[in-house]
Ligand binder design. Sequence first.
Ligand SMILES: Cc1ncc(COP(=O)(O)O)c(C=O)c1O
Length: 372
Amino acid sequence: MIPVNKPRIYPEMYTLTKQALDSGWLSAEGPLVKKFETAFSHYITTKFGAATNSGTTALHLAMTALGIGKNDEVIIPALTIASCYFAVWYTGATAIPVDIDPETYTLNPNLLERAITKKTKAIMPVHLYGHPCCMDEIMHIAKKHHLFVIEDAAEAHGAEYKGKKVGSFGDVSIFSFYANKLVTCGEGGMVLTNNKKIYERISHLKSLYHSKRQRFVHDGIGYNYQMTNMQAALGLASLAHIEESIQKKRIMASIYNNHLRDIPGIILPIEKSWAKNVYWMYAIRVNKKEYGISRNKLMEKLFKQGIQTRSFFFSPKTAFKKLRLFQHKKNPVAETVETEGFYVPSGLGNSAQDFLKTIKIIKNIYATTHEA
Ligand SMILES: Cc1ncc(COP(=O)(O)O)c(C=O)c1O
């Protein structure tokens, strides 16, 4: 089976984890955590970085540090991972989904203002599948309505909007370092900001909110959301290869683009003229009428021939059906895209052979459905 994501293991992962082990520092107190925070925030061009144990906890910390809570509303895109909703809900606030742009699959800025109410506190743009959001429009609206911007750049390490790295626009931004990300710690995350007060509050909150004067005396309700020295070792090792990783992803995307471009009904990922897409995963859509079979059928057929794939995220109506939430909410673009989109093998450790085999099967299936 060709996995949808195969991570890359670098020699530095061995040397740095050995260094961490030899130093005796396994916990979050170890020196590599600070080193990783400095190196990654420097890479994204923000002043401060607070490492966490996941992107989900990074989102929760970002929201808590901004003072978001009960009676507040946070606008999020209608096609994203549940972590965005969960982080809002952890604080007691309400998540307000807004439909996506049909080309970039990110928050549609034209629909933003009508979703803003007196309760709105923040907008959370999500740079989905490696493509940046329309940041000028989003920042303009946020400024006009005095709203915080929490950028979710979990899938977009190194992606750029008009030449500036995503994750450097908002009041805070978050990244994930899960095993399938361009920079990975296995599991992990980071909150970035240029605001020293927010950074200090996050650093404090993520480590049980110990009082600065007296450990084990607490200034509030804290969390243990820290990254360990061992995770930071992996993060530093993969960060050292970030430019090469972006290059690899872009080559992967050009192989898929070149071969899939002419297949009717296969809708390719785009790169807007103002964007640098890092193609975290190679995300395509299937137009059933033109291609001949549905997304689900295509995924099934690929699986039977040894290719693992993943469907897109779902709109809130589908994702939270069991919770009976958002059942009357209409997000027509997200609701269409969720039935058509999926991504194919595109990890940093996947080979050109993996891509070519996937392409060949997608082509063959189209040919057989259109025989005679
Ligand atoms: C857009 C987005 N936000 C947040 C997260 C949460 O990150 P994590 O899995 O590290 O908790 C992810 C996960 O990959 C994600 O894709």
